[in-house]
Design a protein around this ligand. Structure first.
Ligand code: ATP
Ligand code: MG
Length: 137
């Protein structure tokens, strides 16, 4: 069993496809172990994406992630980190496999609907950034 952090980004929340995205996770065998809605401040978004600090897209990315509410989830399952990334599709929606969330719903490299942790250490950091252990079931 592995845990990963999933975020439905502000563009996904605005498109009103939260249920559709969760259905894809559940159908693939992932379980929602924790869930809440939040509106990040710019500072919270900067802390979350600190790994990208200094990159040309960092300021725009953190503006985007703090411009509206998101849905935060801890997903649990076998190989959850890789499975979630597979369901999301490539960062650039034009390169995402058909049937993935980003292929179906993303509108640019930036506005790509979902976030998913990319490794066990980042999953641990990202889950603890938003959830207390007592909020995860
Ligand atoms: P995420 O971390 O959001 O799950 P990812 O791991 O597929 O996405 P990263 O390289 O970590 O991709 O980039 C984080 C986010 O920054 C991307 O999801 C996207 O919203 C934005 N981003 C990445 N590369 C670019 C780019 N070249 N131009 C604009 N935005 C970008
Ligand atoms: Mg990433």
């Amino acid at each position: 069993m592995e845990r990963t952090l999933s975020i439905i980004k502000p563009d996904g929340v605005k498109k009103n496809i939260t249920g559709e995205i969760i259905r894809r996770f559940e159908t693939a065998g992932l379980r929602v172990a924790a869930i809440k809605k939040a509106h990040m401040t710019k500072a919270v978004a900067e802390g979350f994406y600190a790994v990208h600090k200094g990159k040309f897209f960092y300021d725009e990315l953190t503006d985007f992630m703090s411009e509206g509410p998101v849905v935060l989830m801890v997903l649990e399952g076998n190989d959850a980190i890789a499975l979630n990334r597979k369901l999301m599709g490539a960062t650039n929606f034009k390169e995402a496999d058909p049937g993935t969330i980003r292929a179906d719903f993303a509108t640019s490299i930036q506005f790509n609907v979902v976030h998913g942790s990319d490794a066990p250490d980042t999953a641990k950091f990202e889950i603890s950034y938003f959830f207390a252990e007592t909020e995860i079931f």
